[in-house]
Every structure is written in C-alpha cells, then in structure tokens.
Design a protein around this ligand. Structure first.
Ligand code: ZN
Length: 323
C-alpha cells in the first residue's frame, strides 16, 4: 500500500524506524490501510497497482468476499504520540449515520502498543455515575476528578468501544485497528493552541450525547496465545466489528485461511510471503491485504517477524450479505 501521513500538533518522528520518508517532524498518524476518503491508500504493486482501496473494494468485490456494503469497513493506522491527543469519544454506527452522513461508520477502535516510554499513560473511561453528573463535570472542567488515567507499557493491548472516553498520552507508538471512520468528538484538548495559535474545536454536546454512562471500565486482559509450528498466534480481540491477532513467525509456516480477507501490518523483522508460487519480500513497516481469493500461503522469516493481523468480523460479513 502507498498510504498517507497526517501532521498533528501532538505528532513526532518515531515512525522513521519503519523506514518511512516522513513529511514532518510532527507526523502523528499514518493511515496504513485505508479506504476512507480523508486518507485513502493506493495499491503499490501487482495487477491492481495504482488503484485506490475504496474503488478496488467497490469494483472487485470478489477480493473481499462479495460484501453488499460499499464502504471498506476497517482502517489500520500507526499513531506516534509525543504529547497527549485530545480527550475524545467516537459515536456508534447509528449516531454516526444520523449525524455525520450515510456512509460514515461509528468508531470502535483498539490499540496495540508497539512501544511505550517509561511513565507513559492513557486515559480510559470516566468517573461520572449519571449523564447529569457527566455534563456537570465537563462544563465545570473538573478533568482531574472526571478522567481515569492508566499506565501503559510496550506490548499492551486496549479495546476501545464507541462511547468510551479516551486519550493516548505522550511516549506511545501505537498500531490502531478501527472501523473506517473519521468522526471524533473532542471533549477536552488541554487548552493548548495549534500551530496557528488557535484552540482546536471541541464537541461538547455530541460528547455528552455519545459517552457511555457509567464510564467503560478497562476489560480484563483476555488475550490467548497458541503456537502452531514456527508461528505464535495471540488473539487480541474478537468482537462484533473485527478480529485482531498478533502473529510471531520464527522460521517457516504454512497457513490456510477462510474466504475472509485479512489486513497485515509488519511491525518488526523481515522475510518472505509466498502466495500461489509467487514470492514477496516483507519487512518491518509493510502493510498488505490477503484477499478472499487467497486460501493458503507460506511465510518464512529471515529475522523473526511480528505482525498485527485483522479481519472484519465474520458475523458482520454474514449479516451484510444476508440483508
Ligand atoms: Zn480515538
């Protein structure tokens, strides 16, 4: 994929470790696999070279299990936080459709922490018991009392359903898997000006409407790991929108898959992917899709490969197809 970088006031330059040519020292986001109009990816090689992912999804549905939906449902991002991101919340599908346009999805997201500096934190959830109390504390700016901070370390995983109050803190480099959506309601932005000296817009009413009350609690860590030959597969989440796994390949492995397509992000190492007698070099920083038409493949590592692998939830695909 050829994909887009987004400059952010909280961004940095840590993504150079993936070999990327960054446009700025404040690069906050890389929309690594995206069909969203605000930063769409383009296929880099093969027979669909130069085609954007949104039109590929629409015009070649056989690659994606023939969905009836016209919108590529997932978005994979890398986030480099050198300062707090805004404290925010995302709507669910129904609210996004009603208020942001027919093709805009809600946003349930999740974070795999590629690296975290000592002392790094996130905000997850809030302490208000009722919506009235929530509105009161927001209007009063009682952030210390309202927001729940949690320490973060390398390798952590967080599931962040729509409606969750959240923010990523300084020193976190994160691989995010999310529904394809660009709707963010800012609750609080630390009263800091952007490069033009302006405060970024807040969305207080939408936030109060969409925040879950009481606040979402961090789910217990439910990851499980199985080893199959040279590959260790950790299940990070299987939810109503997507499944996310971590694959660690040291050696050579044969894989069989269903007709669901999968998104792959290589976080470290290098090696070879072999699909239908064709070999592809893969290395840290690469992102690719194994389409529905690929039913088996081999991966061989030269240096241990660590990858985040995701797919749209099968139940979701079935639901769409049967409508
Ligand atoms: Zn978010």
């Amino acid at each position: 994929m050829d994909s887009q970088f987004h400059e952010k006031l909280w961004g940095g330059a840590h993504m150079r470790q993936f070999g990327y040519d960054l446009p700025s020292e404040k690069t906050g986001e890389y929309w690594a696999i995206s069909g969203h109009k605000n930063g769409v990816s383009t296929v880099k090689n093969g027979e669909f070279r130069g085609v954007t992912l949104d039109s590929l999804y629409e015009n070649n549905p056989e690659l994606f299990g023939n969905p009836t939906s016209k919108v590529f449902p997932l978005l994979t991002k890398i986030l480099d936080a050198n300062d707090w991101l805004s404290v925010q919340v995302h709507p669910d599908d129904a609210y996004a459709r009603a208020h942001e346009g027919e093709n805009e999805l809600g946003k349930t997201e999740c974070w795999y922490v590629i690296s975290a500096e000592p002392g790094a934190e996130i905000i997850y959830g809030h302490t208000a018991k009722t919506r009235e109390e929530l509105a009161e504390m927001i209007h009063a700016g009682a952030w210390e009392k309202l927001l729940t901070k949690i320490p973060v370390k390398t390798g952590d995983f967080f599931y962040v359903p729509s409606g969750t109050m959240h923010a990523i803190g300084a020193g976190c480099l994160i691989l995010e898997t999310q529904q394809s959506s660009d709707t963010t309601y800012r609750v609080y932005d630390f009263d800091r000006p952007d490069v033009n000296g302006k405060l970024r817009e807040l969305h207080i009413q939408q936030s109060i409407d969409t925040l879950s009350v009481p606040g979402n609690k961090l789910p217990e860590n439910q990851t499980t790991t199985v080893t199959k030959g040279a590959t260790e597969i950790t299940t990070l989440t299987e939810n109503e929108f997507f499944d996310v796994y971590k694959w660690r390949v040291s050696g050579s492995s044969y894989f069989e898959k269903t007709d669901n397509y999968v998104l792959v992000s290589v976080l470290s190492g290098e090696g070879n992917l072999r699909v239908a007698e064709k070999n592809y070099e893969i290395k840290r920083g690469d992102h690719f899709i194994l389409p529905s038409t690929v039913r088996d493949f081999y991966i061989t590592s030269l240096e241990t490969l660590e990858m985040i692998v995701s797919n749209p939830a099968v139940s979701e695909l079935k639901k769409i197809v049967s409508q």
